[in-house]
Design a binder for this molecule. Structure first.
Ligand SMILES: *Cc1c(COP(=O)(O)O)cnc(C)c1O
Length: 291
């Protein structure tokens, strides 16, 4: 496997980053997870835009233009001869000293791109649906570490994941500090009630997911009314259908929350229709490359 490291494609065994990198010391950096489907990189522009927005927000000036970043990503996928890939782009503050002061990193940001195969959840889950549980760890506050920043500082989500796993679940539902539904540990959440879609608004502790936006576009096309609206757990429990969205997870039906059955306890009709449409879009949309 070839890894992109600061402009060079190096062997996996040589892809090493300093222990003084503030990405390692403090989670001081940003990232993206991107997918390609049959030699088409899905929503590449959107992912690159969000990467640069996250970096801007934490005052990292990425030393590549967006076009150069796009080229670097495609170069990495091609070097690994992947038709279908999961691509991780990481930009960290870079090597500094043991203090927090980012100026000590002298602007030498570390850029890493990994292109690999991925399957996050077993196939069975997409057919039968997932059972999730509300976890005690509250989603980061916008006023603290804004969830809109896709940062390497992922401990908030890791703690939630650990809690979900400790109680025998694959995913945990995170609430915001007011007790409203925020998102899962790495996926946005949707519910369906009486034929309409609902998802928490961004900045109620949710990252504005690109898959979430894609589902909102699909709903427009399919003429399914969709609302960005605050959701309580109660509204979740009494919904007809539910599903999670994320680049790695794609669209996962949710059939049980905190022991309560959602709808019939099987993936719902609208969920399946949206999954179908999503698959169609990934086959035709995207930035083409050759291997
Ligand atoms: C990346 C991420 C998502 C999903 O966003 P996509 O753009 O759809 O991949 C949701 N929640 C969190 C916390 C994330 O980091």
């Amino acid at each position: 496997m070839k890894i992109y490291l600061n402009g060079e494609l190096v062997d996996k065994s040589k892809a090493k980053v300093s222990v003084f990198d503030h990405g390692y010391l403090y989670g001081d950096g940003v990232f993206e997870g991107i997918r390609s489907y049959n030699k088409l990189v899905f929503k590449l522009k959107e992912h690159i835009d969000r990467l640069y927005e996250s970096a801007h927000s934490i005052m990292i000036d990425i030393p590549l233009t967006k076009n150069q970043m796009e080229e670097a990503i495609i170069r990495t996928i091609k070097a690994n001869k992947l038709k279908d890939a999961y691509i991780r782009v990481i930009v960290s503050r870079g090597e500094g000293d043991l203090g927090l002061d980012p100026r000590k990193c002298k602007g030498n940001h570390t850029i890493v791109i990994i292109a690999d195969k991925i399957s996050l959840f077993p196939n069975k889950l997409y057919k039968e649906g997932m059972e999730i549980i509300t976890v005690p760890t509250v989603r980061n506050l916008c006023e603290a570490v804004n969830p809109q920043i896709k940062s390497l500082n992922y401990l908030n989500n890791v703690l939630a994941k650990v809690e979900a796993i400790n109680s025998g679940h694959q995913e945990g539902l995170m609430l915001d500090h007011l007790g409203y539904v925020a998102e899962c540990t790495g996926e946005n959440i949707f519910v369906v009630k009486q034929g309409e879609l609902f998802t928490p608004p961004q900045c109620m502790g949710t990252l504005r997911g690109i898959t979430r936006d894609t589902v909102l576009d699909i709903s427009k096309k399919l003429k399914i009314p969709a609302h960005e609206h605050v959701l309580t757990r109660h509204e979740f429990y009494i919904s007809d259908e539910s599903f999670l969205t994320g680049t790695a997870a794609e669209i996962v039906p949710v059939v049980r929350v905190d022991g309560r059955k959602i709808g019939t306890g099987r993936p719902g009709k609208i969920t399946k229709r949206i999954m179908e449409e999503f698959q169609k879009i990934t086959k035709t949309d995207g930035v083409k490359y050759k291997i």
